[in-house]
Design a protein around this ligand. Structure first.
Ligand code: G6P
Length: 614
């Protein structure tokens, strides 16, 4: 979603670093961009709708190279419109105090209307429709000589969420940043300090970072970082080292991040699994959960929450917990869960799934579950993210940064992490040592099984050619493969803009079958596990309506291959692993269809990588 970058240096120009920082954040999704730069003469603001490239072109036109050196402090932003259309006026930075203060903001000021009318009564004129402009004016109003104190005063009056960065010509060389519910990271380089809402905009400069906590407000100068709480008392935050480098967020020869991340899955999952399996005891070692056997034994029900792809991984988790740990489980869309006054309490274990660890609805559901006394844990990819921190305990995916908006490696890592969690829970219950040992061996094979699927990429591309023109598709699966059908449909919607629906194989005949015909391909998930025969029956029903069927079938399963028009063959696996290998094949199908349709694969229209608004 929206992205923030800030830069301050004693000698280097801020222009280049700000623009390249914005480029690193492009994957998050946005519709306008802007920068504010400070020099001795004051603050200059440049804003543009559309892509960062267009902002860069504007800067090249308006700011000749020889002038750039004088701007050593600046802030920049990519905006994903919430309050007001994606226009240049609504783009950030927003200015106040006659143009001497500029501010960028992620999040939502919920009481902005009340704050705005209060300011208007005192003669403040607003030019945009945004909630952010209120913040700029509010800070300016409280500025009596100390910018940090003014920011604290302003933020005390704000309801909602924010990550902000601001500069003021009255306080040259200073940048103030603050966070509440929206991430902000400070990169402490040897010569320069870089601030961003996402660490991927920082690692080109330094891997030494400070993760601000909610309620922190920091004054940043080229000399250092000075962090306070909103009540103005100093706080100290440790400098941490990011455990990956710039290579992880570059395409590395791949045409798209999505393809790179699909192909990274064997390594990503090796990292998810590493050190977490105990082959002797047939169990998993998940120390981040920090749960004793007696805590696990006391759990009566599991509730898995998430949004989008994470929700689908959670739906696989439901089957895993019920079959391996004999425990009732449900997977709930986080916003629905949160607003239905959920019945959860001390006997329930709520597992929040989130790649980014910042999804607003999932975070709110975590808070609701904590309030109700449930055992809460997070299963996140981004280290130090808000959900990971607020959940207090959990399992990091260690899948490496995911840049493509469409989630791929996070899904397979989430399912694998859930599988290990179910194994651990199962072993405190009725799962035998023998079954546990067998499952450990299967989990260890997952990376190699995925490598086998990746070898099929060219075959899948050929099948994609046959169906790339379809405007509607169905994905059907049964049992543990049903969530994989939903995820397959989601992937092709997201990146190829094909209208697709995932259905329980048995449900298709209860209505949707009316839509089938020659132009409506059906992707049938036919791994050779329990339920396959029934799904084959559903395939016949589709073919009888002339719908072409693409089958995801197990190698050597001639009957399944013969029942479909086109077969994608996958290595044989047990049921818990089947959704993982299936998902990889469906990711490749979506990718190849999107490529053939000429779509903007890594940044699909209207989508954001991390949805930080409810
Ligand atoms: C957005 C992304 C999806 C993602 C979902 C949940 O909608 O576009 O790819 O699955 O958010 O994100 P999370 O970071 O919580 O897994």
């Amino acid at each position: 979603m929206c992205g923030i970058v800030g830069f301050t240096s004693r000698s280097a120009s801020a222009v280049g670093p700000l623009v390249s920082g914005l480029r690193r954040l492009e994957y998050r999704g946005y519709d306008s961009a802007g920068v504010a730069l400070e020099c001795d003469e004051g603050i200059k603001v440049f804003k543009q709708t559309g892509k960062v490239a267009e902002l860069d072109a504007l800067l090249k036109k308006e700011l000749p190279e020889e002038e750039r050196g004088k701007f050593t402090v600046g802030i920049a932003h990519t905006r994903w419109a919430t309050h007001g259309l994606p226009t240049t006026v609504n783009a950030h930075p927003h200015i106040a105090d006659g143009g001497s203060l500029a501010l960028v903001h992620n999040g939502i000021v919920e009481n902005y209307a009340a704050l705005r009318s209060g300011l208007e009564k005192h003669g403040v004129k607003f030019v945009s429709q945004t909630d952010t402009e209120v913040l700029a004016h509010l800070v300016a109003t409280f500025d009596k000589g100390d910018l940090l104190a003014a920011t604290c005063e302003a933020l005390k009056r704000v309801e909602g969420t924010y990550g902000i960065a601001l500069i003021s010509a009255k306080h040259p060389g200073e940048m103030i940043v603050a966070r509440k519910g929206s991430p902000l990271v400070i990169g402490v380089g040897e010569k320069d300090i870089v601030v961003a809402s996402d660490v991927s905009a920082i690692v080109a400069y330094t891997r030494q970072v400070i993760y601000l906590k909610d309620g922190d407000v920091a004054r940043i100068t080229p000399d250092g970082v000075d962090i306070h709480s909103l009540d103005f008392s100093p706080v100290s935050r440790e400098v941490q080292e990011v455990d990956w480098d710039i290579g992880a967020i570059e395409k590395g020869g791949y045409e798209h991040f999505m393809l790179k991340e699909i192909f990274e899955q064997p390594d990503a999952l090796r990292n998810t699994i590493r050190g977490r399996l105990d082959a002797g005891e047939g169990t998993a070692i998940l120390s981040g959960l920090n749960l004793r056997p007696r805590d696990l034994a006391a759990v009566r029900r599991l509730v898995i929450i998430g949004c989008g792809t994470s929700l689908h991984a959670g739906m696989v988790g439901k089957y895993l917990f019920e079959t391996l740990a004999d425990i009732p489980a449900s997977a709930e869309q986080a916003a629905e869960f949160r607003y239905c006054n959920p019945i959860v309490g001390p006997d329930d274990w709520v597992i929040a799934l989130s790649q980014s660890g910042e999804t607003a609805d999932t975070l709110a559901a975590v808070r609701e579950s904590n309030r109700k006394g449930a055992l809460v844990s997070g299963l996140c990819n981004v280290v130090g993210s808000t959900i990971a921190r607020e959940a207090g305990r959990g399992v990091y995916l260690h899948a490496g940064p995911e840049i493509s908006v469409a989630s791929t490696k996070a899904f397979t890592a989430q399912v694998t992490a859930l599988l290990m969690t179910a194994l651990k829970l199962g072993r405190t219950r009725r799962l035998s040592l023998e079954e546990g040992v067998k499952l450990v061996a299967e989990i260890e094979r997952i990376p190699d099984l995925i490598s086998e699927v990746l070898k099929k990429s060219d075959d899948i591309a050929k099948i994609a050619e046959k169906y790339a023109k379809a405007d509607d598709m169905f994905f059907i699966g049964r049992g543990i493969l049903y969530p994989a059908a939903l995820e397959g449909a989601l992937k092709i919607k997201e990146v190829a803009y094909v209208h697709a629906e995932g259905y329980q194989a048995a449900e298709l005949k209860h209505g949707p079958i009316a839509l089938l015909g020659e132009e409506t391909p059906v992707v049938a998930l036919l791994s050779d596990i329990a339920g396959k025969e029934k799904t084959l029956g559903n395939v016949q029903e589709c073919r009888a309506r002339r719908a072409p069927v693409i089958g995801i079938v197990t190698e050597g399963d001639a009957a399944a291959a013969a029942a479909v028009n086109d077969a994608i063959t996958l290595p044989r696996t047990s049921a818990p692993i089947a959704p993982i290998v299936t998902a990889v094949a469906l990711q490749l199908l979506a990718y190849h269809v999107a490529r053939l349709r000429g779509c903007e694969i890594d940044q699909p229209r209207n989508l954001a990588k991390s949805v930080t608004v409810e």
